[in-house]
Design a protein around this ligand. Structure first.
Ligand SMILES: [Zn+2]
Length: 158
């Protein structure tokens, strides 16, 4: 996968600098379906993501800014209809925010770099964490292992 995205100047799989932009600015650079979930906190219909039933080995990135979020090792089949992971790639990859909308008490997950809405985290996941990160596939990019590993390791050697 290319680390540069057309029309998206903030997209980077190695830059850790936080991204602060208005929704207006995001709207110009994100595809409509990514914008709707990342910036408007939308939810994709269950069982629609190509990453729901997806077994390839590699790394998942934030589709809005390129921040590495999850490794395929931490992906599991939750049956809930959205790509699910039991742990993020690092502590800083995710921001956790209480979400009391829709009459539920949940924890929202956002990208640690650009604050894109990703999904929610629940406490009914498998060991070792017992967590289930329930993530909208629309806001994920994927790079296959080898290339992704190499890139991730290179990016994090400084
Ligand atoms: Zn992001």
């Amino acid at each position: 996968m290319d680390t540069v995205k057309k029309n998206n100047p903030v997209y980077s799989t190695s830059d850790k600098a936080k991204v602060e932009m208005t929704n207006e600015e995001w709207k110009k650079i994100l595809p409509a379906e990514v914008y709707q979930i990342a910036r408007q906190k939308g939810t994709e219909r269950p069982y629609t993501s190509i990453f729901d039933n997806f077994k390839e080995t590699g790394t998942f990135y934030c589709a809005a800014c390129g921040n590495p979020l999850f490794k395929s090792d931490a992906k599991f089949d939750s049956g809930c209809g959205w790509p699910s992971f039991y742990e993020p790639i690092s502590k800083e990859s995710i921001i956790y925010t209480p979400d009391n909308t829709h009459g539920m008490s949940r924890t929202e997950t956002q990208c640690g770099r650009c604050k894109a809405h990703l999904g929610h985290v629940f406490e009914d996941g498998p060991p070792p964490t017992g967590l289930r990160f329930c993530i909208n596939g629309v806001v994920l990019d994927f790079a296959k292992a080898k290339e992704a590993e190499k890139k991730y390791n290179k990016d994090n050697q400084e």
